[in-house]
Design a protein around this ligand. Structure first.
Ligand code: EPZ
Length: 419
């Protein structure tokens, strides 16, 4: 296990540029499969989930090549329909090969997907959409086998606006005969980016004002070059880092428009954020928040652990109500070990701000929980040893590089620690 050593040393200062969006890169890399030709994906982050996805593509017989932050994907020939293997089993986004390969090849084998243990994370909605499009789906012991001689457009309504199920539906529908209508579709910016990428290739996709998606399948799809937007969750992570330890920083490519709600919440806490990405944090910030997470454009569940960390040393009592996942307060236990006053009851957390947290040996429970503990450690008194860096590396290109450039004392140590 690799681990981080972080010494809290006060306010941050400096400028950074945020990596490309993980949660846009993953569906778009799967989207390279729905048509022949070569796609160039620029600003594609060097993170483990992307590297796992490229490995899966290679095993399918797809040629990929990374040069710098650009990745080329040549999906002219696919030699395999099975996505199984350790790389696919450990990432949630391997489920997105269901729609893409069913659409392109008419058959697919995928493992039951992995991903962060932040809740039950079923895939029933994904399977419902595939069956609505005419696929036969067989749930075997540890994998899903789906086949369809010809996908037919359909009208389907999602019980919840699932990001992944929406993306899977889009990927299959672009290969289906006729029109597919997805009601209660997810509206996250990453879903919009997938649609923009597919439309650039020649797909016909329209979203009506009520959020319903209309996809007309079987359009000729060509090669394309597409540049990913900055990662709004990584940008939000660094906003919360400033909220935890103070300072004045600038995020050169802050995706402001996609972050209006979290930015507004942080502004009510006293964090200064402007359109150019200038961030000013004078501690202590103000707590006394009643916050509920929700689907876009609500407060993103992925920033909930980061805000939880920032509220630990904000003045007053706050409450967070997590409505998207059913087990996403695992970071609270590690924060309590650092001196935080957090009480978790079901899907609600009550936080009472304290003056300081103290350095401790803690363990990342998942990707965003690990990033939240990094933020808390930046503002804590003393040294923190954080195990489970592998989780953080799934979504952050180089959190040490980014935070060091803002003046933080953070180092990655290879090896085993008895955390
Ligand atoms: C995506 O996960 C993101 N991952 C998650 O980011 C993010 O937290 C989540 O969307 C919500 O915004 C990627 O894009 C790779 P969902 P996804 O389907 O698609 C329930 C990160 O840290 N549900 O929108 O798996 C589900 O249990 C990760 O970057 C069903 O009931 O999320 C959850 O309660 C963590 N049945 C809710 O919907 C289904 O078939 C939202 O899940 C699918 C989902």
């Amino acid at each position: 296990m690799n681990y981080l050593r972080i010494v809290g040393k006060g306010p941050l200062a400096g400028e950074i540029t945020v990596q490309g969006s993980k949660n846009a890169a993953l569906p778009i890399l799967a989207g390279c499969l729905v048509g022949e030709g070569t796609c160039l994906i620029e600003n594609c982050p060097r993170i483990r989930d992307v590297e796992d996805t490229l490995f899966i593509l290679n095993r399918l017989g797809v040629r990929t090549k990374r040069s710098g932050t650009a990745v080329s994907v040549d999906a002219s020939g696919i030699e395999n329909i099975s996505v199984c293997g350790p790389q696919a089993e450990r990432i949630r986004s391997s489920v997105l090969f269901l729609g893409a390969l069913l659409g392109r090849m008419g058959e697919v084998l995928i493992p039951l997907p992995g991903g962060c243990a932040i809740g039950s994370r079923p895939i029933d909605l994904h399977l419902e959409v595939m069956e609505a499009l005419g696929a036969r789906v067989f749930v075997e012991k540890e994998r899903i086998h789906a086949c369809a001689s010809n996908l037919r457009g359909c009208r389907v309504r999602l019980r919840v606006p699932s990001v992944g199920a929406t993306e899977n539906g889009i990927l299959a529908a672009v290969c289906a005969d006729g029109e597919t209508v997805i009601e209660n579709a997810a509206r996250e910016p990453e879903v919009e980016e997938l649609c923009r990428f597919l439309v650039l290739r020649g797909a016909k996709i329209l979203r009506t004002p009520d959020g319903t998606l209309h996809i007309w399948g079987k359009q000729p799809l060509s090669s394309t070059c597409f540049s990913l937007q900055p990662d709004r969750i990584v940008a939000g992570t660094y906003l919360c880092a400033a909220a935890c330890c103070g300072g004045q920083i600038r995020i050169r490519n802050l995706p402001f428009r996609e972050m209006e709600v979290p930015i507004e919440i942080l502004r009510t806490m006293g964090l200064g954020v402007d359109f150019d990405g200038n961030i000013r944090a004078e501690l202590p910030l103000k707590g006394m928040l009643q916050l509920t997470t929700g689907p876009y454009p609500g407060f993103p569940t992925d920033l909930q652990p980061l805000l939880l960390a920032a509220l630990c040393t904000a003045r007053g009592q706050s409450e967070i109500h997590e409505t998207v996942f059913d087990n996403r307060f695992m970071t609270a236990r590690q924060l309590r070990r650092m001196g935080a006053h957090i009480e978790v009851r079901g899907n609600r957390a009550a936080i009472t701000g304290v003056a300081f947290l103290h350095g401790e040996t803690v363990f990342a429970p998942d990707l965003r929980g690990g990033a939240a503990l990094v933020c808390a450690a930046l503002g804590a008194k003393g040294e923190t040893v954080l195990g489970g860096y592998e989780y953080i590396a799934r979504g952050y290109e180089n959190i040490c590089r980014d935070l060091k450039s803002l003046g933080a004392d953070i180092n990655l140590t290879e090896g085993v620690t008895d955390i």
